[in-house]
Design a binder for this molecule. Structure first.
Ligand SMILES: [Zn+2]
Length: 479
């Protein structure tokens, strides 16, 4: 038994050291590994399969709204990056440069894309001539590189995977509608598939994307009470269009600038899944994103008929549409249970000689560890029920956790005390002045996460300076 306990003992308790717990889970669930490339990670099969499911589900939702996929180069000539002033200032500190081609120094150095606004703009300036060419609703799945100083698997790495949507529209109204539409696609995806409740809102000017007129965001609360920005959607207005000369001839024959948006989600989401749902036994994957939903674990598999029965159950469950595996390795059942739990597989089915005799199996839920004895003819139906219930329970549990870690503050003293002593979101009124955001960050390290679309009026004055309040803001310490 000593050895069987080892897997769980090897991860730090989340209550003792959440950061170490996270690192341990990422390693023990075999999601990533370190590489010789500093600040970059190997995404291993268990981690990559989660990303593939995220991709599949998001891509389907994108396409339902008319998005088409494209691919652009990973290198951006410096002159192109320089064209939009705010954008280059925002990204310059974390850009990696290519200065040689083979043995020859390049005439113009090129950066490895940190994001592709500039390339899309260059492309659109040639592609768009007439109102008939609009709208353009393109997306690309790729990796980007940002030279981060401190890195953590999934949450912050120098190279990461993402999608970046870039659209061009005839009018400001259309661009604004697309910006909000994509934010809602992200939010629905997080809630329906990842069982992760999010706050939808707008970033303050200080926190918005470099070069954007407005940035909308979804913010989620992790188990340790820190916020994680989980997806953003930006309205660029015609700023980039003017910098890059993206014009079209309108129906009335006048020359007009296009209005643009961009929106992105990244492998950070995997970090969010870990930190919203994980527990001291490891990962807990929501059934709708889990690469394997059911692990069949034979008990006393050396006995006649046990393995055959396990394969039979697998086959029946596959036919019913579930993602199923059998752990037929020669490890002990206890060890297999620990591994299944560590990897966050939502349901395991235990089947042994006594079960076979009684024509039954035991279903065990990963999140609650509830054991359900079920007659074999009803197994597929029951598994479906358990997965559905687990998915909705996980969302509800995460929502309760977030709501019970969301506080209101109306005085600065109360604000500072709450944000320093109680992990979570603090809701407070703000005057709209960046000086107050700066002061709050300096005093507490917390940042404005968003001005929620659902505004409440909890006080008349700014929590920081006492001037008349303009908006309710969610504040928090963030990843
Ligand atoms: Zn203020």
């Amino acid at each position: 038994m000593a050895k069987e306990k080892k897997l769980v003992e090897e991860i730090t308790s989340m209550d003792v050291d959440f950061a170490q717990w996270y690192t341990d889970v990422v390693k023990k669930a075999e999601l990533t590994d370190y590489t010789s490339v500093k600040g970059c990670m190997v995404i291993k099969p268990a981690g990559y399969a989660i990303w593939e499911n995220i991709q599949k589900e998001l891509d389907r939702r994108f396409k339902e709204t008319g998005v088409e996929n494209v691919y652009l180069p990973m290198l951006i000539p410096e002159s192109l990056l320089q064209k939009e002033k705010d954008h280059v200032e925002g990204f310059a500190p974390e850009v990696a440069w290519v200065t040689y081609g083979g043995l020859e120094p390049l005439q113009e150095r090129m950066c490895i894309r940190p994001t592709s606004e500039t390339l899309f703009c260059d492309f659109y300036s040639k592609e768009i001539q007439s109102y008939r060419d609009l709208p353009k609703v393109y997306n690309q799945w790729c990796s980007v590189m940002r030279w981060e100083k401190t890195t953590r698997p999934f949450l912050r790495s120098r190279e990461f995977l993402w999608q970046e949507g870039h659209t061009a529209h005839a009018t400001a109204e259309e661009a604004e509608a697309r910006t909000q539409q994509m934010l809602n696609v992200y939010a629905d995806f997080c809630e329906e598939v990842l069982a992760m409740p999010v706050i939808r809102g707008r970033k303050t000017d200080k926190e918005k994307f470099a070069g954007a007129e407005a940035t909308y965001t979804i913010e989620a609360l992790m188990h340790d009470g820190k916020a994680l920005q989980s997806g953003t959607s930006h309205n660029f207005g015609d700023g980039f269009a003017k910098a890059f000369g993206i014009q079209y001839t309108a129906k009335d024959n006048t020359l007009q600038y296009v209005h643009q948006t961009s929106w992105g989600m990244t492998t950070r989401l995997i970090g969010a899944i870990i930190m919203v749902h994980g527990d001291n036994s490891g990962l807990v994957l929501p059934p709708r994103i889990a690469p394997t939903q059911v692990m069949v674990i034979p008990i006393a598999q050396h006995k006649e008929g046990v393995l055959d029965k396990a394969y039979e159950l697998k086959s029946a469950l596959l036919d019913a549409g579930f993602k199923v595996k059998v752990d037929d390795s020669d490890k002990s059942p206890g060890w297999k249970f620990s591994e299944q739990e560590m990897k966050g597989i939502p349901v395991r089915i235990e089947i042994g000689p006594k079960d076979i005799e009684a024509n039954q199996a035991v279903i065990v839920r990963r999140d609650t560890r509830e054991k359900i004895v079920v007659a074999l003819p009803e197994l597929a139906e029951k598994v479906g029920e358990v997965l559905t219930t687990m998915q909705s329970d996980m969302l509800e549990r995460a929502r309760k956790h977030r709501d019970s870690h969301t506080y209101d503050a109306t005085t600065y003293e109360e604000f500072v005390k709450t944000i320093n002593e109680k992990p979570g979101f603090v809701r407070a009124m703000w005057c709209g002045d960046q000086a107050c955001e700066d002061k709050i960050k300096e005093d507490t390290t917390a940042t404005s996460r968003c001005m929620p679309f659902k505004q409440d009026h909890i006080a008349d004055t700014c929590v920081c300076c006492g001037k008349p309040a303009k908006a309710l803001v969610y504040w928090g310490k963030a990843y």
